[in-house]
Design a protein around this ligand. Sequence first.
Ligand code: ZN
Length: 102
Amino acid sequence: MFKIIARKGFYCPRICCTNCGEPIVDASNAVVIYPKDVDEGDVLFYVAHKGGCDRTLTEMGGDAGGTTELTTALAWMLQNAGIKTPEDVDRAFTIADMTTSL
Ligand SMILES: [Zn+2]
């Protein structure tokens, strides 16, 4: 799930685990879980820490189907949102860096 966390007057978007609610601080240690076998249409997805959290969500949803590491999913999301060039990434990270030190 996505959350906006307010700190010292700044708003920091965070991705949090759907299972435990804690922020994801290492994208390589998290997955996106989504239903498989959908030919067309929008589907909801969950984000979970690898290990116990993603196992719990998958077991709750039965055969949830697909998983993609969060690093890959974020790269797709950035591309789909128009952040495609190194300059686009640099600009976005400059803004993000201002809030991570808070
Ligand atoms: Zn978790």
